[in-house]
Design a protein around this ligand. Sequence first.
Ligand code: SAH
Length: 356
Amino acid sequence: MSNKVKLFNKFGIMIVVKCMKHIMNYQRDALINEFLDLSLKKFNANQVFDWLYLKHEYNINNWSNISKEVREIIKNNYDLSFIEIKKKQTDHLTSKYLFRLNDDNLIEAVLMNHDYGLSVCISSQVGCNMGCHFCESGRLKKVRNLETFEMVEQILLIEQDINKRIDSVVIMGIGEPFDNYDNVMNFIRIINDPKGIAIGARHITVSTCGLIPKIERFMEEDMQVNLAISLHAPNNEIRSSIMEVNKVYSIDKLIDTIRKYIARTNRRVTLEYVMLYNINDSLECANMLADLIQGMNVYVNLIPYNETSHLEFKKSPNINAFYDQLKKRKINVTVRREFGGKIDAACGQLRSKEVD
Ligand code: SAH
């Protein structure tokens, strides 16, 4: 809806500026309500959803079943702009997209061809403030949160580019999704709309470095979305040495919160563990990790480190031994397949090269 904002110019004269909300910031019900306020019809909102999310027609002038008058009202009240693909790099299973936002900020998304379907990893912020020492995204501090439409459009533009539907979405690109909680939840509800992009909740994963208050909020949402936690260490000493967030939300409190989440939602949680040479990859670490999570409904996803400009961190050669030790200890564990090392697909790498 067009919100009128009152500002004062340099002569102290009040000016009223119309600031339009983007049409893709709306869940269906919210758009219907606003359309009714604008004296439009409920079915007009459904038509808009069909054009955007089913027919993938983004030019309002081609929305042929909507009258010209109604289209004018929509144009006058909503922003319909698109972010753009600035660059695309592809190897045989992965494509990395660099997007330019309307204010010229850059973000990235990665498309992966799994044997079970097409998955997209999207960004949730421009930069990141969480300060994980090994991560490229954090080299560029958070500039701002992404708006909902900027997340939705990452998916729409990739679908349009490859002319195929996406099967699953992970919110693991640049940014900390729980530091942009409301927009991320809104985004999830929009892509989950069964008559829209229709990505099933079980095919959506949100990954957090461990912002406990937001995990607590997330467990009260009525959603079947998967939760992944970037654990990356078996104790406070190691975790605090590589992840600033652990100094605020320590590993013991985090594990307690994950236990609460599992009890509340009855859902299994993924624990991500990036394998860093000589930091968290010893058998002793594997045993400590097994002790920490024994009996919990979790599985550990071991992530081969994608080397970045943080030269002090190296990829661990001990992934198999670590994996075997966790197996021996009866922990559910998988090793993440490596995607896109050659095309700078690690979080923030492509953007970081462009911005430096
Ligand atoms: N902020 C969220 C989501 C974005 S990062 C989070 O922390 O979970 C997605 C995952 O990639 C995190 O587990 C992160 O720690 C990990 N990661 C960051 N840099 C990496 C790199 N260079 N190689 C492998 N994994 C990396």
